[in-house]
Design a protein around this ligand. Structure first.
Ligand SMILES: [Zn+2]
Length: 276
């Protein structure tokens, strides 16, 4: 298996607004996806933004979202283009795991109409209730092409300190773990390669030191938390769980979608994050 991490464009944010030790300048806050390639299976964890935004940002994610978040993405930065650059076609993507359904994680979904899309039952319910409505975080344009959903119930079964989990393909290669708070059905996804775990945490936290060293949380992160997190108490419990996981499994590689600090230290695409 080969595992890649890449970002689909970026959001310009002043670093100090996120982290107390961050730079007083605009940093390129990433929207990180994982791509696992094994056998005939190509699996994406989150899609980031995609061709919809490259071609018509006014339609998706819409003028207001573009003004508020100032997404920047080029054609070459889409997950579809990254996959082509490795010699595959977007149609080769068999499975997509969504940590949650917000626009910056699902904007690339229409580029992969053939994929089965896995998420938690709770997150799928949020999608079902959308029925064509646009909110600041959800946009029906991500799903209008007709998604082959595979919602899952995560069982009360511990995986690396996470209380609810699911062995997605029953072969130990991919585990979904429940990390609620940012959204009610938010999940993380762990890829295991040669006994080592690579965990995509979506927006369970904005960056790693939010749970390893909370003193570094800056004003912008607090505002983001207040606006964007659906269930603040759950989110706090999830952060405690992430901290425990970090202490018990220091060898695990954990990546939050928008962690500029962590992303800079990872092997940069097309170099794989891991191989085995
Ligand atoms: Zn996000």
């Amino acid at each position: 298996m080969e595992l890649y991490a890449f970002t689909t464009g970026y959001i310009p944010v002043v670093g100090r607004a996120l982290r107390a030790d961050g730079p007083w300048r605009f940093i390129r806050m990433p929207m990180i996806c994982f791509l696992a390639v094994y056998g005939k299976r190509l699996l994406l964890i989150d899609t980031g933004l995609g061709m919809l935004t490259v071609e018509n940002p006014r339609a998706f994610p819409g003028t207001l979202n573009m003004r508020l978040l100032n997404f920047r993405i080029t054609r070459d930065e889409t997950a579809a283009a990254r996959i082509r650059s490795l010699g595959y076609e977007p149609g080769d993507v068999t499975d997509i795991i969504l940590t949650h359904c917000h626009i910056d994680h699902t904007g690339g979904l229409p580029d992969f109409p053939a994929a089965r899309v896995h998420t938690s039952n709770e997150e799928y319910e949020v999608y079902r209730r959308l029925t064509g409505k646009i909110s600041s975080f959800y946009h029906p344009g991500s799903f209008a092409h007709g998604v082959s959903w595979e919602p899952h119930r995560l069982e009360e079964k511990e995986y690396c300190g996470f209380r609810h989990s699911l062995d997605l393909f029953n072969d130990g290669s991919i585990h979904l773990v429940s990390t609620p708070g940012h959204t009610a059905g938010h999940i993380g996804a762990a890829v295991t390669i040669e006994g080592k775990s690579y965990l995509h945490l979506g927006d369970a936290a904005l960056f790693e030191s939010q749970y390893t060293d909370p003193r570094l949380v800056s004003f912008g992160t607090k505002i983001f938390r207040a606006i964007a997190n659906q269930m603040p108490d759950e989110e706090k419990r999830t952060r405690t769980m992430l901290r425990e996981h970090h202490l018990r499994y220091p060898e695990a590689v954990t990546v939050c979608s928008h962690d500029w600090w962590k992303f800079r230290g990872l092997p940069q695409f097309p170099e794989p994050l891991a191989k085995g």
